[in-house]
Every structure is written in C-alpha cells, then in structure tokens.
Design a protein. Structure first.
Lengths: 425, 535
C-alpha cells in the first residue's frame, strides 16, 4: 500500500489539474492580443478552461463544442480592481480603528444578483475590498464572477493577499468627530501605532522563542494576537497594501510610513491628486486603481483632472480603472475608451487599463489579463469595437464556461415578457 | 453512576411533580417504534409514567381514576418543538434587526463582551414568560416539550428544554442549557459590526482563554500579571475547549458558511439550525435542526429571480430538497417553519409525506431524534414502559388531512380538546366585499383595507396593510358574530399574526383586534365600501 501511495497522489494531482474549466472552440473571431495585435478571423481552442491555441483553422481535437464568432471582438475578461459587490452585510468594521482581522472572504454572498449584472458587461474578475471607514480596515478578496457557484469556487486563490488601508475624510469622519482620529495626522498616527505594535508583538515572540530554546520546560508563550499577525504578514511581505486616498500629501506620508516599516503599497485607490506625485509613484512602482472621470462628489474629491492620466502614463505609472459601483461595473469597457481621449493612450493600451493592468495589480497577470496561450480562458466578447459605448457585450466566459450569453438572456426575457403580458391581460 | 442516580432522584422529586393518578386508554391504535400503527391496544398511565402497554387481551385489571375508550383513535408519543424563540418578553433584538443601539464610548476603547451582545451567562429562566395562549396552542397541537432559544444578542445565553405545562410551573425545566445559542447577526455600531467580525471575536476569545490557561499554575510574579476572574469569558471555555455545544442559528448560505468556520474552532461539532437553502452547501456531520419552511431566504437567488420562479421553488424545489435529505440522513430534526407555527409544520409534513418520505422518518424527526439531541431519550420520544407519560391521542393518523389532537397527556395528566363546532348558528350577516378599516387604540390610529368572502359559514379573504398582504384564515360568521385570524410577513421575514372578533350590524363591524404580542388590543370600526349581498 505504501508503495502505491505516491502513484495515488500523482493520479489525484492529475485529476485535480484536469478538474476545473471546460472545453470550447471559438471560430473566426477578432482576437485582441497584446503581444500579436488584433488577429482577425482566428480560432481559439480552450481546453480545461485554459487557452490552448490561437491560430487560423484549428482542427477540433475531439468533441469540443464550437461557437462561431465571425464579426465579434474577443478581449480578455474585464477585471475590476476595486468593488464591493457580492459581500453580505456591513463591509466596514466601523466599531474600531484598526481591524485587519476582518476578512471579506468570509462575507462573500454568491447569490448577489450584481454578480450576473456585472457579467453582462464582460467583467470576469473582481477585487472585493473592505470599506474605507478605518485607517486599517480588513483583508480583501479577489473573486471570479462564477455566477451560480459557491463562495469557495469563486475565490481566486492565486491573487496577491491584500489589506485595505484608508486615508482622509472617510476614516477621520467615521465617528462624526467623536473619537480619535479626527484629523489626517491622526489617521497616519494610528497606522504608525498599529505597525509599531505589530513589531513589538513580533519582538515578544522572538524573545520567548530564544528563552524557550533548549529548555525542558518552556515558559508559557505570549498571547497570540490575530489582529497584529495580519499586520506582520504585511511587514513580512506576504500581504500587500491597497490604500484608499485622494490627496497627495497624505499619500506621500503613507509612502514614508511604508518605507519606515518596510511594507509594500501595491496600489492607491481613487487617488485624484496622483498626477501631483507621478514621479514618486513611478519610482516606488505603486499602481493606481482609479475612476476614469468621476469627481467632485465630496470635498477631498474636488481637485481632479482626467487629463492628469496623460502625465501619469508618461511617467510610467500603471493605471487600472475601477468602478467601485455595481452599476458602473457593467460599462468598464467604455471607461477604458475614455483613456484614449484623456491619457493619450493607444486603443490597445487603453484596453489594458481594464484587463492586464488590474491583473498585474492583483498579482494575477500570470494567469489572466491577456489572450496568451496557457492563461485562463476568461473572455469578454463584444459585437463591435470593445471600447465603444455602442458595442454590446454578447458573451462572458470564465475558464471556458459561458456565464453570460446575451442571446440566451434575451430569449428567456422575451418569454417572460409574453407571459407577464398575458397575466395582466 | 452516583451522579446519575442523584440526578434521577432530583428529577423524580423536583423536576417532575408526579401526578398520582392512573388512566387506562383502551382499544387504541398505538404508534410503534417500527413506524406502524398497531390496532386494538391498551396503555396504562400511572403516576405520570407509562406503566404498561400491550394488546387488549393483556388488559390490566383493577380500578383507575379514569378510563378512555379510544376506538378509532390513535396514540402517539408527544411531539417536541426543537426551536422556539417565544416564551420570553418580546424586546427588540439587538443588532442587524436594528433597535437603537447606542454607540460605544469611542473607537479606541472596547466595551466589555456583555455590552456587545456576547452574553453566554444570560439565563432564560429569569425572563421566562408562560402565556396561556402559547401553552394551549402547543398542547392542542400535541407538543409537550419546547426547546426555548434566547432571541437576543450574538451569543445569547443557554437554551432551555421546557415542559411548559408541567404541574409545578416553577420547576418545569427538563434541562437547562443544552446549548449556547450563537446568531450570526452582527451589531449595528459595536464590535463586531461585520459578519466576519463575529468569527474574529470568537477566535480572540479562544486565544485569551488559551493564554490564561497556560498561566493558571504560575505564581503572579512569574506570570507577569494576575488575571481577575472574568465569568463572561470563562463561560466560553466549555464551548471552545470542553463538551458544551453551540447552537448556531443561520438564516442563509453566507451565515451557514461562517457557521462551518466557527464549528472548526470547537472540539465538538456545534448544532446547526439551517435555512431552507441548506442543500446549497455540503452538509457537515453536525446535528441539524431544520425549520420545515419551503420558502427561500430573502437573500437567496431563489427569492431574487422573480415571483414566478420563487413560487415554483417554494412549491417544487424546496419540498424536493427536504425529501432528498430524509433519504440521506436519518438524524434530521424538524422544527416549525416559524417559531410556534405548528399548523404550518403539519401542513408541510403532509407535503413531504406526499413526496414519498416515510411517515416514521417524519415522526422521528419530531420525537426520537430531538429527544436524543437533548439527551432525554430515556424519558421522552417513544411509547415505552417506564417513560414519562407525554402522549397524544388523535382522531385520525397524525399526518392525515384533518387529523386532530383530541387529548394530550402531560406527565400523565390529560388535557382534552373537544371539537369546536364552527358556526353553530347560521350566519345572519354577510361581510363579503371590500372594506376600508380605521382602527383606534393605544398604538394610535391606523387604517387598512380588506377583502372578505363568505362561503358556507367559512370566511376567507385578504387583509392589506402598508402594501403587505395578510391571508385571512380560520374565519367564520356565526349569527352576527364575525371572527377571523390573519397572518403575513411584515418586515423582511418578521411574521405578524392577528385575530379579530366582532359583531356586524348595519354595514359596520365593531370588535377587537388582538395583535401577535397579545398585549395590545384595539377596537375598530369598519366602513364598508362595497358590500356583498344582504342576508
């Protein structure tokens, strides 16, 4: 039996590798690849949910179902790097300032209809964040919008673990000025204090380990603090920071704190004044997850110009567009189109702001974000120019499985409409 | 051993004040453990226990305090209500359902556990409220044991297995604290305000207890500090390290998933109370209590896909999933669809019977299985010699349509429920038609509309209040007296029941409206808009 075990494991592993994803053969589409340009009239073979080949006249290797996409544009599935859909209940642990022990992965609600609504806009992957009421909020989670499947099946475990931080108005006004912090300085101070506590906590454990080493009866260990342990993950580089911010000076302050404590800021959220510190952002390789042209909805969000993206792009800051709203998520492709106008981007580069760039921001660019052989077959199919507001998303595919089919949806809706009409007659 | 016999002694002397009476039930069909009805039997109740039972030819001789000839009647063990949030004052629940909850002092000071909904020491016995209507409702439907669950707080205190009609109302608790209830509904302003925070709080308590335990033998100088005894915290120790169990109340899939995570923190699998969406996640091996409700939870996709799909799910999908579950597991425990809704439970049981679930399985889920879960199987749950004489007599097999409980024995005492003849007088008035109603009472004035139909003395219809529909049931007209009860959902899943009794004269009905709480009664005058034909 013992000899058989390794064989069994290999078999199990093979089974596991083969498990996820479906097979599909897309015929004669217009494929938007970032490395080979637009491939007109090509076929794409998807096996086990992965892109196996993009070429002309692919021979069907077996009984792979086919779909004719003549005249349709196929782009990588859109990725929203900042949203709060599909989370049950409250997403802000408003009761306290520092709450990294909160985990959005535990609050996923796979029944939220917004999952389906967002599929209708070609979105396949979403980064679900804790709210911004706390200087240090909770842990975030990246999911694929596999409508109808369980929370576990939706979680994208290959993504970078992230932690939500927030600066500015939200954390400083969350208690209506009743408790610390009520200033931007206070917000920065609470973040500093928390990381200092985490270091202190680590020191306590290190001391105990030194003392316990080699002793027969070790002294009792220090108390585990699950809150500070998440901050240690950040300090040890196992988790990255995504920070909600609008203003330049406090973002610079957080960058200083990050340097002081040695953690990585993966991205700034919203950040309207980013163009003011474009050089610094480029130097620290901090990404941006921003709205294309939405501003002036609160005091700190008043200073903004979408043309700032041109400057940021020139300096080499990577821009990902987000929606932060279930409604806006259905038209992320149009938001990307705006980058052609505001940021002097080529069309392909603009498309990257909702595909490859957010994939990189989430640490998933090895698996998704572009049409490359070997990556997951997460695709959005449009009936025209994918950046145009006149185009409609017709198909949304995740790992080879069709999760949204416009034709199918309309058919079921028209049946329903007839039934409703008859019922009210 | 000593402990056990002492407990039995205590039980005999205090918990169960014995009724020194004997009753002989003759010619009755008895429900056997094998799940069949055996006709022509007798059962002798003596001193509160089942003294003997068997075929009529072995009928014991002697004189008895009472004899019942139960020809064409059926005898079952009394039923157990495994989840009831009644029998306690109706205060607004803290947390998600949203009473005004004052925020804490500030975000940097954490309030003690008991001020944040973690009250494991809270005792239900102190606030137990035994209302006549609740008691008679339970008895008349054949339920003699009720598992009362605290409805407030996140960790809301121990549950209570209650024999509410026990002779001595002060000592009617069968067992206090079978479980500790945990509801996955966060607070509105105090930690935790998120669902994830509830799990985080439980983990934090666990770490604190571990830390204290590791230092319990150290002198204060070595341990660095001395811990003041924290009874609230220590109440969690048997749950997280011992043999006490949580009863995790879940209302949807998200909460069910979190309950699985909390279960991993406990040495014993917690008892799970699941929503009708239970089948959408793999079921853990934990003991399961399932309210027999064929209605998707509010956040379920089956609630959101439109009225038609929802109705289809209610009529077909959910009953099917329940019946499949009975094929897979024998240890299922059923509870009423809503707290105290015994008629709804019976109705849905009949649906499951039609779906092909064995009668024995269904009755086990209300008798033997809960008795085993509450560890009272040596006293309750079956008709056996030596068990407590909690039994019910019905005029038809229990799960047959129109079956009615005629006598309920509680600890050997019979409570009879004679059939009330509906409409003993012929109706003299016809309230059929549309009504707009203005009510005046201590709650202030309010108005609603209703539609009534009278057919063969039975009154049916609907009542509309603030856009919500209430179905009128058990309505009748007798002489000029009009009475009905109505039932519907008011806010979210909150069920409201009301009963009305009044007299109709000259196109007006005057009477009293009793609301669910039973504390508020209103007199109302109904003005007819259009009325049906005069009698």
């Amino acid at each position: 039996m013992k000899k058989l075990m390794p064989c069994l494991w290999i078999l199990l592993l093979l089974a596991a590798l083969n498990l996820p994803g479906e097979d599909l053969l897309l015929r004669k589409g217009r494929f938007y690849t970032f490395d080979r340009g637009i491939l007109e009239g090509y076929d794409m073979l998807i096996l086990n949910g992965k892109i196996r080949s993009i070429a002309k006249g692919i021979v069907n290797p077996g009984k792979v179902p086919e779909r004719d996409l003549k005249g349709f544009s196929v782009v990588p599935g859109l990725i929203d790097s900042h949203n709060h859909i599909a989370l049950a209940g409250e997403i802000n642990e408003v009761s306290e300032n520092i709450t990294p022990e909160i985990d959005m992965a535990e609050q996923i609600n796979p029944d939220d209809p917004n999952i389906y609504y967002c599929l209708t806009g070609g979105v396949t992957m979403v980064h679900l964040l804790h709210g911004s009421a706390n200087p240090i909020g909770g842990r975030n989670v990246t999911v694929k919008l596999k409508w109808g499947e369980s929370a576990e099946a939706m979680i994208e475990r290959r993504a970078l673990p992230t932690l939500k931080l927030a600066l500015g108005e939200n954390p400083k006004t969350a208690t209506g000025g009743k408790s610390f912090p009520i200033t931007r300085m206070g917000v920065a101070a609470s973040i500093r204090t928390a990381f200092s506590q985490a270091l202190e906590y680590r020191k306590g454990w290190e001391e105990w380990r030194r003392e316990a080493k080699g002793r027969k009866k070790a002294p009792p260990s220090p108390k585990r603090n699950l809150r500070l342990e998440v901050l240690l993950e950040v300090l040890e580089g196992k988790r990255v920071v995504r920070c909600h911010t609008y203003r330049a000076e406090e973002s610079l302050e957080l960058m200083r704190i990050a340097k002081e404590y040695g953690f990585k800021i993966q991205g700034f959220e919203h950040f309207h004044q980013a163009y003011r510190i474009a050089d610094e952002l480029a130097k620290e390789k901090i990404g941006l997850s921003v709205f294309a042209d939405s501003w002036n909805y609160k005091a700190e969000a008043s200073e903004f110009t979408p043309y700032g993206f041109a400057l940021l792009r020139e300096k080499g800051v990577e821009i990902s567009l987000n929606s932060d709203l279930s409604e806006a998520m259905r038209r992320l492709n149009i938001e990307a189109g705006k980058m052609v106008r505001y940021a002097d981007m080529e069309r392909m580069e603009a498309l990257k702001t909702v595909t490859l760039n957010p994939a990189r921001l989430l640490g998933t660019d090895k698996y998704v974000g572009s049409l490359v052989v070997g990556k997951d077959a997460d695709l959005a199919v449009f009936d025209g120019d994918p950046l145009s507001p006149t185009s409609k998303c017709c198909l949304t595919i995740i790992e080879g499985k069709v999760y949204f089919d416009r034709e199918e949806d309309l058919r079921s809706r028209s049946v329903k409409r007839v039934e409703e009409k008859e019922a009210t007659r | 051993m000593v402990k056990k016999s002492l407990a039995t002694l205590l039980f005999l002397f205090f918990v169960l004040p014995l009724d020194a009476q004997s009753y002989l039930l003759k010619n009755v069909s008895i429900w056997t453990e094998a799940g069949t009805l055996q006709g022509g039997c007798f059962l002798l109740v003596k001193d509160g226990f089942i003294d003997s039972l068997g075929p009529m030819k072995a009928l014991p001789k002697g004189t008895f305090d009472g004899e019942y000839d139960l020809k064409d009647h059926f005898l079952y063990p009394a039923l157990i209500d495994s989840y009831n949030t009644g029998f306690q004052p109706s205060t607004a629940r803290k947390g998600a359902e949203g009473s005004e909850e004052a925020p804490g002092p500030d975000k940097n000071t954490r309030l003690p556990l008991e001020e944040r909904g973690f009250t494991p020491r809270k005792s239900l016995t102190e606030t137990l409220l035994l209302k006549n209507e609740d008691l008679s409702k339970a008895l008349s439907r054949g339920f003699t044991l009720v598992h009362v669950v605290p409805r407030e707080g996140i960790v809301g205190g121990r549950t209570l297995l209650l024999s509410p009609i026990s002779k001595n109302p002060k000592v009617n608790t069968v067992s206090e604290g079978p479980f500790q209830v945990l509801r996955l509904e966060p607070n509105s302003s105090r930690y935790p305000t998120t669902i994830s925070g509830i799990l985080a709080q439980i983990r934090e308590i666990k770490e604190e207890l571990l830390y204290r335990h590791a230092r319990k033998d150290l002198p204060p100088t070595l341990s660095g500090r001395r811990f003041p005894y924290d009874p609230e915290l220590e109440a969690f120790r048997p749950l997280l390290f011992g043999d006490e169990r949580f009863l995790l109340v879940t209302n949807n899939m998200v909460q069910q998933r979190l309950a699985e995570h909390i279960g991993k923190e406990c040495p014993l699998p917690p008892v799970l109370l699941l929503s009708p969406d239970f089948w959408r996640r793999p079921l853990p091996a934990s003991p399961l209590i399932l309210p027999l409700l064929f209605k998707p939870p509010l956040t379920s996709r089956y609630s959101l896909e439109g009225e038609e799909k929802k109705r289809e799910a209610e009529e077909r999908l959910y009953p099917e999933k329940f019946s499949l579950l009975f094929k897979e597991r024998a240890d299922i425990i059923l509870a009423p669809p809503d707290s105290g809704d015994y008629d709804g439970l019976l109705k849905n049981l009949r649906t499951l019977l039609k779906k092909g679930v064995q009668e024995k399985r269904l009755l086990d889920s209300l008798t033997v299985n809960p008795a085993r879960l509450f560890k009272v199987q040596d006293r309750y749950g079956t008709l056996e010699r030596g068990k407590v004489a909690d039994l019910i007599v019905t005029d038809r097999p229990l799960l047959e349509e129109k079956s009615r409980v005629t006598i309920t024995f509680v600890e050997g005492r019979p409570f009879e429920f004679p059939k009330v003849e509906k409409g003993d007088e012929t109706p003299k008035v016809d309230p059929s038609g549309n009504w707009s109603v203005k009510a005046q009472g201590s709650l202030g004035s309010f108005s609603f509309t209703m539609v009534l139909q009278l057919e063969k003395g039975n009154l049916t219809g609907q009542l509309f209040y603030q856009g919500k529909r209430f179905d009128i049931t058990e309505g009748s007209v007798s002489g000029d007296r009009v009475s009905f009860s109505a039932r519907g959902t008011l806010l979210g899943d909150q069920i409201m029941e009301l009963t009305f009794q009044g007299r109709m004269a000259d196109k007006r009905i005057e009477g009293t409206l009793s609301l669910d709480e039973g504390e508020e009664s209103l007199s109302l005058v109904a003005n007819p808009e259009t009325l049906g034909g005069e009698m």
